[in-house]
Design a protein around this ligand. Structure first.
Ligand code: ADP
Ligand code: MG
Length: 991
């Protein structure tokens, strides 16, 4: 079994791990063993100090080395890969990524989200959602909130216990928690609605789920110094999925609305958005109804001149419509809210006498009248409720006028009570509208968006509750993460020294423990039903809790206070007013006043009476704010424990919400507050990669070419169940990779052991070994791909050659067949021509013979008789012009050779090309070649006229006929108007 290097994490974050020669490590604190000999102790101490110094120096060197490589810093997708993990390296890496506009980074099991403070539309588009949803391994994509969303979604699908998932989004105010939650809701609304099945219902639910956001933000968010849209309540939304993974409903649970904001706004802060929306978005008619003239100032509406993008009444009204809040209900809601604004302008004057009630000036009377009208209560009753207290003395009621400040408190109390109940009513309405029947949904994904750790100049009960919630979440995170990791190591048989981590149990004991804790003492104080004294309570705290290291007191401060050392930093809480806030009493007169309201909504809000105050009156157990908050948090923690959590840490890169501005001090404080560096250390110390043997062999089996891979793929092999067989195959694969590594580096076998461990069913790896495996796998795959390419190319070349050869053969065969056929035709044609030619020759010879026999007769007749008129046809066919004869003569039957021989001077004009042609023509005309007797002029190079001249031999009779082969003497030019050949013969007498 591998000997796993022990790693420790200490609160002081010093490098405190030393590796001994036997390969194990021990803490420096333990390194100096007690010794009786003082010198020896001193020597050991010195050596330990030297060693510590050298370790710190080498660490600083490592940090410098790491930071030098600045160009690559932004490429670290996971902060556990940063080496060494120190606040400065982590910070530098995050800064580099932020500058490169990369806003998400993994930190082991957590996702760190840096707020860009500017819209990055392409980062959250529908296409990106689909890409992450359809990817086989979304983890291989760039870090993104959609990876977390998809992982949770697939876990539900995977049906592995626990199936329900929780996405915990934390961070300080303005870090981007609500934005991230909205993104997650949009993702699920898209992904779970992508099915065709019951599209209508899903769309409706989707609209309602998304619509609940603007409505709850309008009523629960406000502009604070840290965030212009700060959520003043915590929420846990359950997205309910049916068996087919479709979104069928949702429910929302809210925590600790900051209702004091209705009646009190810190300097430069605003009231809840809804009041500004009404003031700015109301129509004229609504203004009249709500009694909100444009020029009216309201005490509870500071900074009304500042307009934010959240001040959009229309969006809230649309969300209300989507959720099914009808018009009459909407009117009732807005009327009540308008009544609260009027109430804020009511001021009380001090009473003239103690027994008298406080006076109202004319101005305030007007506002009180309007309040009474808008809340549909009696004016006098309202006034008396605000100014007179009813005390119970036995069965009698005693009326006691209130002081000026008491009147103010009662006024604020009325407004807070109404607003809080209205908010609760809205949440219930939203739940009724979105929540699916329990029989329909089977799993859920929960989104937790709670306010982050808070530390103001003055902190009171609200901050104590908020910071307590954050402590609880931090504890859950550390416990869950370490428990899960370390339990797995034990079940897999790893020799593992348990990691020490910054445990906040002490702080939680201080706040909520028993028997004595801040909460228990506060509750006790409230139950005593006496006027609370802050100083007295402070002394009590000091007495009861001074043993706890997490609480302290500033001796120089005069204000009663206590300071709690939270995991994220020290916070000082003022005690003044804390008990009152914890009791949060609503005078019974106010409750009964509202119960008598003519407004049905307001009436119903208080119809069930004041449960808490019922308790107060009966002196039984008081339900304090702390108790309520603690109970709701307990139930939330129960839900979180029963689900698989996924953590997202939102970081605010600068306090001024400026786009793309990274303030190192701001970020490092937040990293420390949420324990990110420790988380990374825990991840880096252990084996972040855990792969079951089967999956490992499926991916990396090709490295050893094991036949098990094929069997695993079939999934029905009996050997599949044999983990030992699989384990040895896995070891073979790892040996191959490590051997190769050993040839490239000089690391010891111990280093190998620190990189991996084979458990009972899983192999545990570090990131670096996983990278090596991946690299080896990729190299093998590219070698194999190359081999396949070569074979394929060879095969393709062979195929190509074969095809070419076949084509050539086909072409040759076809060509020879075509030529043979053509030649056959030529042969036929030639023999036809030959036959015809021979016949013509014979016929011509015969004709010539016959003509010669009659030649003399013609000559005698010619001299004696008058020449007959030429037949026009003959004239046209055979035009012969003898220069001595005026009229054309009739030429008949004489071979041209004879004509030529007997003509006194004959010029035969021929159109021919080439000497050969003329010769052959002469041959065919049977003109004897006699040098000197006639001249042959040829136009060898040009087409045109050639002339043959011969000596005259007496009188001429000429008979000329065309060749029996029609146009045989013609030049093969496709011009019909050009007729070449001896179609004109001029006979000229030169004597
Ligand atoms: P929180 O809920 O943590 O108090 P918000 O979610 O309201 O903070 O974020 C504060 C502001 O930061 C938002 O109004 C928005 O303008 C901006 N913001 C937060 N996250 C992003 C983001 N991923 N992209 C762009 N702007 C963001
Ligand atoms: Mg928020």
């Amino acid at each position: 079994m591998a000997n796993v290097k022990q790693k420790f994490l200490f609160k002081n974050k010093d490098v405190s791990t030393v590796k001994s020669s036997d390969g194990t490590s021990r803490s420096l604190e333990k390194a100096g063993r007690p010794n009786r000999q003082k010198e020896k102790i001193n020597g050991l101490k010195d050596r330990a100090q030297d060693f510590r110094k050298s370790v710190i120096e080498s660490l600083e060197e490592d940090i410098r080395d790491f930071l030098i490589n600045e160009a690559e810093l932004h490429t670290y997708d996971d902060l556990t890969k940063v080496n060494p993990v120190t606040p400065s390296t982590v910070l530098k890496c995050l800064q580099a990524r932020y500058s490169a506009k990369v806003f998400y980074t993994h930190a082991g099991c957590t996702l760190v989200a840096l707020n860009p403070f500017q819209p990055i539309p392409h980062l959250y588009s529908l296409d990106v959602m689909k890409e992450y949803h359809s990817a086989p391994q979304p983890q291989e994509f760039k870090p993104h909130i959609f990876i977390v969303a998809e992982e949770a979604y697939r876990n539900v699908q995977g049906q592995v216990e626990p199936m329900n998932q929780s996405l915990v989004v934390s961070g300080e105010s303005g870090a981007g928690k609500t934005w991230t939650s909205r993104c997650l809701m949009k993702y699920y609304a898209t992904v779970a609605a992508s099915s065709q099945k019951c599209q209508d219902t899903v769309e409706k639910i989707e609209r309602r789920v998304l619509g609940s956001n603007p409505l709850m933000e309008a009523f629960g968010n406000a502009c604070t110094l840290r965030n212009s849209n700060s959520s003043r309540f915590g929420k846990y939304i359950q997205l309910q999925l049916n068996g087919s993974q479709l979104l069928v409903g949702a429910s929302v649970q809210t925590y600790l609305l900051e209702k004091t904001r209705v009646a009190f706004q810190a300097p430069n802060e605003r009231n809840f958005h809804i009041f500004y929306q009404m003031m700015k978005g109301a129509t004229e008619k609504q203004r009249l109804e709500w009694m909100l003239p444009l020029d009216q100032d309201f005490a509870w509406l500071p900074h009304a001149e500042k307009t934010l993008e959240e001040d959009c009444l229309q969006e809230t009204v649309e969300a209300m419509i989507n959720l099914g809040i009808d018009e009459s209900k909407r009117t009732q809601i807005f009327t009540i809210l308008a009544g609260l604004l009027q109430l804020g302008n009511v001021d009380f004057n001090p009473a003239s006498e103690e027994a008298q009630t406080c006076d109202l000036d004319e101005h305030s009377k007007g506002f009180l009248q309007k309040t009474a009208d808008l809340l549909h209560v009696q004016l006098d009753e309202l006034e008396s409720c605000l100014t007179v207290r009813t005390l119970r003395a036995g069965k009698q009621n005693i009326l006691k006028p209130c002081s000026q400040s008491e009147c103010g408190v009662r006024r604020d109390c009325l407004a807070k009570a109404i607003y809080a109940r209205l908010f609760d009513w809205l949440v219930t309405f939203i739940n009724n509208s979105m929540c699916a029947d329990r029989s329909i949904w089977c799993n859920f994904i929960g989104l937790l968006d709670v306010y982050g750790f808070e530390c103001f100049l003055l902190n009171n009960l609200e901050q104590l509750c908020i910071n307590y919630a954050n402590e609880k979440l931090q504890q859950h995170f550390v416990a869950h993460y370490l428990k899960a990791q370390q339990e797995e190591y034990v079940t897999e048989g790893l020799q593992w020294s348990f990691i020490r981590y910054q445990d906040n149990q002490g702080c939680l004991d201080l706040i909520e423990g028993s028997p004595s804790s801040i909460f228990s003492l506060l509750n006790e104080e409230c139950r005593l039903n006496r006027a609370s004294d802050a100083m007295q309570f402070c002394v009590r705290l000091q007495k009861e809790l001074s043993d706890n290291d997490s609480i302290s007191w500033d001796k120089f401060s005069k204000q009663p206070h206590f300071t709690v050392a939270h995991y994220a930093g020290k916070v000082s809480y003022q005690i003044e007013g804390m008990m009152e806030k914890n009791k949060d009493p609503v005078p019974p007169e106010l409750i009964s006043l509202l119960q008598d309201s003519q407004d049905s909504l307001l009436h119903s809000l208080f119809a069930d009476g004041d449960r808490e105050n019922e308790g107060l009156r009966g002196h039984s157990k008081v339900v304090t704010v702390i108790s309520k908050f603690r109970n709701s948090l307990e139930s939330l923690m129960k839900i979180l424990h029963s689900t698989t959590p996924h953590y997202t840490r939102c970081i605010k890169p600068n306090p001024d919400c400026r786009p793309l501005t990274f303030k190192r001090e701001e970020v490092i404080a937040q990293l420390e507050a949420c324990g990110i560096v420790e988380t990374i250390n825990i991840s880096a110390a252990g084996f972040p990669i855990r792969i079951p043997y089967g999956s490992f062999l499926q991916r990396y089996g090709l490295i050893t070419n094991t036949r098990l891979t094929a069997q695993i793929n079939q999934m029905n092999s009996p050997e599949m169940s044999n983990q030992a067989v699989l384990g040895s195959a896995v070891e073979d694969v790892l040996n191959v990779v490590l051997k190769r590594r050993a040839t490239h580096s000089t690391l010891s076998p111990d280093d190998n052991n620190n990189m991996l461990h084979c458990g009972r069913t899983k192999v545990f790896l570090t990131h670096s070994l996983l990278e090596m495996l991946e690299e080896h796998r990729n190299r093998l795959r590219s070698q194999k791909a190359f081999c396949i390419q070569c074979c394929w190319r060879r095969h393709q070349t062979n195929q190509h050659n074969l095809k070419r050869q076949a084509a050539t053969r086909l072409q040759a065969g076809l060509r020879s067949w075509l030529i043979r056929r053509e030649i056959g035709k030529w042969h036929k044609a030639a023999s036809v021509i030959q036959t015809r030619w021979r016949r013509w020759r014979v016929w011509m010879d015969a004709l010539a013979e016959a003509e010669l026999d009659d030649a003399e007769d013609f000559m005698e007749n010619e001299a004696s008789c008058v020449l007959p008129k030429l037949d026009p046809l003959l004239k046209e066919r055979c035009s012969v012009q003898l220069s001595s004869i005026q009229e054309p003569v009739m030429v008949r039957g004489w071979p041209i050779g004879l004509v030529m021989a007997s003509a006194p001077s004959v010029t035969v004009s021929l159109t021919a090309t080439g000497f050969q042609q003329i010769k052959s023509m002469m041959a065919c005309l049977k003109i004897p070649f006699r040098n000197g007797e006639y001249k042959v002029k040829t136009n060898q190079f040009d087409q045109g006229v050639a002339s043959i001249r011969a000596q005259p031999r007496g009188s001429i009779k000429m008979h000329l006929q065309r060749s029996p082969l029609l146009y045989a003497d013609m030049h093969p030019v496709h011009k019909t108007d050009v007729v070449t050949g001896f179609n004109q013969i001029l006979l000229e007498d030169r004597t």
